[in-house]
Design a protein around this ligand. Structure first.
Ligand code: SF4
Length: 464
């Protein structure tokens, strides 16, 4: 991405939602349980396909940069007890959705490989027993290369899991020390080779830029090592340093300062250059994929969607989450389970859906969600077409937004002919800023459009 200068990128960067959902999870609030029950019952009655997400919150140790909802423990018995409760929650969910088809299963965390092989096997059996899983359902899991055992890979392969995502973040020993995550290239290579040999055909590696002690030279070495692993996909995330929300992240600051936006932008542009030169296609905001990978094919066919896990192929309009802190999303509603273990356990034990908060989408939310989703996935949106699908006139309904896009001409343009918004090469990297124009909650919060002088909402990460 030589045509995008790092300095220019840094100048436009601000803070904003990652738009893994719209409205963002920061807008979730109290939600009556009967609304969730009605939504689930409707899915069952209409036999609406859905993706199933299971959250396993445990990790053997805490990485100091971590932004996930994690419980650090080495007591594997906790995994056994958790699985029992997870099975109960799945049975509860199944009583509503009945035989609606599951077209995708994703297990994330935390570290799902915290579960011993027999527990993983039991979890897969419980999924298949509880739900009508489609024969061609895609099955994916996150694994930690530092602690995955051969027997776990065998269990997953036998359970027809074929997609795998693993963290690398950075291979520099100094950076690993700073973030309290020691992971060798050998461990990582072992997991890639072992999974490939077991039949996994879709392997993703996560890399993070913006961490303390990262330099251009060290980050280039990390990228070279990641490319040498030959993954099908690479997710390149900017480190979200939010210590006021995640106090353990203060530990990251011990080793050195977190990179500023100019340094972040330099590493981002470097990574885009390196990864695209190695043959990866740059998809969406931060994903890279081999041209023949499943995700690249989905992107080419405009079937890529933005999910709570990042980008994925579209397999269903609804995602139902199971487990502590898991988020569910349907075309009409988002909701999240209790973020703490104890209330989640209590509700499951009482056979109550363990929902903590959520958001019912009104008509305005639904049209803005569609626009933001298309911008995040395709970098462009035919506003007229989306608006017509929702029974409104784009030009009058979005008059203010269209005018604001005109003021962001370095990032996006509006074509009055086909009533389309298209991001520029720079705007593609700052697509979150473009999306913020359509985010009515950012407008209310005064964080629009994330340009210099605007209020910078501190609950969000940097847009680069
Ligand atoms: S392994 Fe992943 S989920 Fe677990 S603490 Fe580290 S970053 Fe967080």
């Amino acid at each position: 991405m030589r045509d995008v200068a790092a300095s220019c990128l840094a100048e436009y960067a601000s803070r904003g939602p990652r738009y893994t959902s719209y409205p963002p999870a920061t807008e979730f609030g109290p939600l009556a349980l009967d609304q969730v029950q009605d939504e689930l019952t409707g899915i069952g009655e209409r036999s609406e396909p859905f993706s199933l997400y299971l959250h396993v919150p445990f990790c053997r140790s805490l990485c100091w940069y971590c932004g996930c909802n994690v419980i650090a423990t080495r007591d594997t018995d906790r995994g056994v007890a958790y699985l029992e409760q997870l099975t109960t929650e799945m049975a509860m969910l199944a009583s509503y959705v009945r035989r609606a088809p599951v077209t995708e299963i994703a297990i994330g965390g935390g570290s799902p490989n915290f579960l011993e092989p027999h527990s993983l096997r039991a979890m897969i059996a419980a999924i298949d027993h509880s739900f009508a899983v489609a024969p061609d359902a895609r099955r994916s899991i996150e694994l930690d290369p530092r602690s995955t055992a051969s027997a776990q890979i065998d269990v997953l392969a036998a359970g027809r899991f074929r997609s795998l995502s693993m963290g690398v973040q950075d291979f520099s020993e100094a950076v690993q020390e700073a973030i309290h995550r020691h992971q060798s290239k050998l461990q990582t290579q072992w997991l890639v080779d072992r999974a490939r040999a077991a039949g996994f055909d879709d392997i993703n590696v996560d890399v993070v830029y913006g961490l303390p002690l990262q330099t251009e030279a060290s980050f280039r070495r990390t990228l070279d090592a990641v490319i040498a692993l030959d993954p099908d996909r690479i997710a390149l995330f900017g480190y979200a340093h939010l210590p006021s929300k995640l106090p353990h992240q203060r530990l990251v600051e011990r080793a050195g300062r977190v990179l500023d936006r100019y340094e972040r932008a330099t590493l981002l542009v470097l990574a885009i250059d390196e990864l695209t030169a190695a043959g990866y296609l740059h998809l969406g905001l931060d994903h890279f994929a081999k041209p023949d990978s499943r995700l690249a094919r989905a992107a080419a066919e405009r079937r890529m969607v933005r999910t709570f896990q990042g980008y994925a192929e579209h397999r269903a309009d609804a995602v139902l989450g199971v487990g502590m802190s898991a988020i569910s999303s349907t075309p009409r509603m988002h909701w999240q389970n209790h973020a703490e273990l104890a209330p989640w356990q209590r509700d499951v034990a009482d056979r109550i859906l363990p929902v903590e908060r959520g958001k019912r989408l009104d008509a305005d939310d639904q049209v803005r969600r569609a626009i933001i989703g298309l911008l995040m996935c395709n970098g462009e949106v035919e506003l007229g077409r989306v608006a017509a699908d929702h029974g409104i006139d784009a030009v009058s309904y979005f008059a203010r937004e269209i005018a604001e896009i005109a003021g962001l001409d370095a990032l996006a343009t509006y074509d009055a002919g086909d009533r389309a918004i298209r991001t520029t090469p720079l705007g593609r990297l700052l697509v979150r800023n473009v999306c913020m124009v359509f985010d009515r909650y950012q407008r209310t919060a005064g964080g629009l459009p994330g340009m210099a002088g605007a209020v910078q909402p501190t609950q969000f990460s940097s847009t680069i």
